[in-house]
Design a binder for this molecule. Sequence first.
Ligand SMILES: NC(=O)C1=CN([C@@H]2O[C@H](COP(=O)(O)OP(=O)(O)OC[C@H]3O[C@@H](n4cnc5c(N)ncnc54)[C@H](OP(=O)(O)O)[C@@H]3O)[C@@H](O)[C@H]2O)[C@H](O)CC1
Ligand SMILES: [K+]
Length: 501
Amino acid sequence: MQIFATEQIRAWDEYTIRHEPIASVDLMERAATACYDWLLQNNYKGKAFTIFCGKGNNGGDGLVIARLLAQTNHAVTVNILEFGHKGTVDFQINLARLHNTTATIRFVSSEETVHPIPTGDVVIDALLGSGINRPADGLTAHLIQHINNSNNEVIAIDIPSGLFVDHSSRGNIVIKARYTLSFQCFKPAFLMPENAAGIGDVHLLNIGLLPGFLAIQDSPFQLVDQQMAQQLLQPRKPFSHKGDYGHAAIIAGSYGMMGAAVLCARACLRSGVGKLTCHVPAVGYNIMQTSVPEGMCKTGSPGENDNTGHATQEMDKYDTIGIGPGLGPNPANVSLLYSVFEQNRRPMVIDADGLNAIAREKALLNKIPLGSILTPHPKEFERLFGKTANDYDRIQLALQTATDNNLYIVLKGRYSFIASPDGKGYFNSTGNPGMASGGTGDVLTGMITGLLAQQYSPLHAAILGVFLHGRAGDLAAAYASQPSLIASDLVDFLGQAYQSL
Ligand SMILES: NC(=O)C1=CN([C@@H]2O[C@H](COP(=O)(O)OP(=O)(O)OC[C@H]3O[C@@H](n4cnc5c(N)ncnc54)[C@H](OP(=O)(O)O)[C@@H]3O)[C@@H](O)[C@H]2O)[C@H](O)CC1
Ligand SMILES: [K+]
């Protein structure tokens, strides 16, 4: 699914108006009716509503919702924020239509004319939508704060008022919504952690914008959804053997952190790899052989209770390598990476302490095999590439770094972001907060490594890996719960995640 910026959303509206064809006021009716239907289907039937409208088309949506609610015997009060002009044409048409209903209409022209919001009323926020072009200030900001301070439940239409669609809103005064009812496609603002406090749960409503637009409009950002993941999945061949699915190596683990190696290796196996060799220090030999019997195991100094030595011979024989989970903050990681990068020039996966070693020894960045996948969480990303002012800048920096170094960067988070060297970015749609616990990243590294070994391209391995990882988390959380979810569950549910595609 494409993710569009403000101008593209506007262009899609216009395309639909022209080609369907449909009058813009009727498209507004359709959008607002979708919101009204959502309210009735989600236990808001019979409630009282206080609706705040600006004088743009977002406000117009609010007026239509008000009319539909009033016509079905809901108590509705509409507060219209005076912008000092008459409002858009569709706003005016719908204001005239609203006058014929039982809705109470008030105009808010100063702080003195702001009424308290009755306790228990559901607030609909239709002050500002995608037409916002500056931070809310003055009376607009006052109204937003008034709504936020009321403790009433707020449902934002299209986007919480005050939030910019496609650039940072840091410092803005923004509506804090319980739900955001938005139209047709995700907006970049919904995917940024910095906006988490305002957007609540986002529900996308289909308002019938014409799909033909998607063929003529490219977007640098896409949402990885079921359809995209399905298209990437390669079926297994009927007459195949383990040699057809690649030989992966996992270089991981240290004293006290062998669990990371186990999780990573088990995830790699479950992803469908043909053969796996685990490179761990001697201290972890028994652990690996017992916990991951399907994998082979190599240690740096066999027989010794050695914490540091990872075998580095014959690295070139692997189709790919996943390196980093649980290596620990060991200075020897730097020379380990030099050795691995020198011997094997195929795309590989680098995570955790592998990334931290590169952050320490920046010269390693130029040695990484082209097309490799880096999987940092935000802190690791910062150590590697520096601080950014906001989430949008971080995404731009990830894209720039991916392009400059011919690498893929998987920036882990609620909507993990994959930066591709061609300048395109992919936000993953699966996953849940239950996955915010130790070891889930090690599982992801194992999965992507396994997919790379099976000859998925780096981009496809990264996309499918993050999608399946999140899906496994969603299935595990549905089976038990989010708080109880642990990284091993992701490995256990990976089979069902594949099945769900
Ligand atoms: N397909 C769809 O997505 C549909 C969306 N619809 C709805 O339309 C809005 C977008 O409507 P638009 O009229 O373009 O914009 P807004 O209503 O968001 O804003 C209107 C004007 O407000 C002014 N503005 C901008 N920023 C501020 C601010 N910080 N404070 C005060 N006023 C502000 C600005 O005008 P100026 O002349 O003052 O610059 C805006 O133009 C979309 O969000 C949907 O809700 C349609 O219903 C159809 C389908
Ligand atoms: K809004």
